[in-house]
Write a protein that binds this ligand. Structure first.
Ligand code: NAD
Ligand code: 4PL
Length: 248
């Protein structure tokens, strides 16, 4: 396969639909072999089939340490290690502050932050063991800058993902591994289309410097850049991709 990611293996979590699926398709188009992972087994299989022969589905719940171990055992057997990890899987809630209770808080932190840690640790341990100069690209959110309403635990978890990204850049740079985050603005993903967030596009567009509706491909294109050799001197950074809705 030709393309700037030819010969590389990429793992995308939460890739059954939405932004993750678009990221997986874009990395495959650039020549990578792609592992499409998701807790939704049938969705992961369908997404991998739609991408074609460059993609394989391996199901895993990122918040389950046993499932994450099994995911990387299979990646080890089939690919040795991944060159690119894209932490995309998250729960995207819409919940009034008055309804945020401890159970909700713990669920969101468990999946969106602890799950991202579990996958990042396992992936980078494997990269180091196989001597791979890997890339970790984590999908955070511009809600961390905006303090967007109706998702308090989510906003906090995304701040944690940005903090983890900065720490991993420091800890892993000596092994040639970079870690960066992307903060999308509102994106018309499958999840958003089926949620009350779908009603926020007009308000968000009013705040954007460049007008239009954010699409999953807007994020896939930036992930492909961060995964490429062109981004080799970038680490510990957060790239905001929201048509200028917020400045940070
Ligand atoms: P989505 O809900 O359409 O898709 C998320 C996918 O993650 C689903 O396939 C789901 O099954 C999977 N997932 C959820 N929990 C999981 C778990 N425990 N283990 C494995 N997979 C799991 O969401 P999306 O809008 O495409 O969002 C993708 C990423 O982009 C998320 O990190 C989200 O926070 C971020 N983001 C989205 C927007 C937006 O407006 N859509 C904006 C900023 C950031
Ligand atoms: C601006 O990450 O970034 C709604 C839902 N609005 O999940 C997000 C904005 C949502 C966002 C997000």
């Amino acid at each position: 396969m030709s393309g700037r990611l030819a010969g590389r293996t990429a793992l995308v979590t939460g890739a059954a639909q939405g932004i993750g699926k678009a990221i997986a398709a874009r990395l495959a188009a650039d020549g990578a072999s792609v592992v499409v992972s998701d807790v939704n087994v049938e969705g992961a299989k369908a997404a991998a089939a739609s991408i074609g022969h460059a993609a394989v589905a391996i199901a895993a719940d990122i918040s389950d340490p046993t499932a994450v171990s099994a995911l990387f055992a299979e990646i080890g057997d089939r690919f040795g290690a991944c060159d690119v990890l894209v932490n995309n899987a998250s729960i995207v809630p819409f919940i009034a502050w008055d309804d945020v209770d401890l159970a909700h808080w713990q669920k969101i932190i468990d999946v969106n932050l602890t799950g991202t840690f579990l996958v990042s640790k396992a992936a980078t341990d494997q990269m180091r063991a196989k001597g791979k100069a890997g890339r970790v690209i984590s999908i955070a959110s511009n809600t961390f800058f905006a303090g967007t309403p109706n998702m308090a635990a989510y906003v906090a978890a995304k701040g944690g993902v940005i903090g983890l990204t900065r720490a991993m850049a420091t800890e892993l740079g000596k092994y040639g591994i970079t870690a960066n985050a992307i903060t999308p603005g509102l994106i018309e993903s499958d999840g958003v289309k089926g949620s009350p967030h779908n009603n926020a596009f007009d308000f968000v567009e009013m705040l954007q410097a460049v007008k239009g509706k954010g699409q999953p491909e807007h994020i896939g294109d930036v992930v492909a850049f961060l995964a490429s050799d062109d981004a080799r001197w970038i680490t510990g950074q957060t790239i905001n991709v929201d048509a200028g809705m917020v400045r940070h």
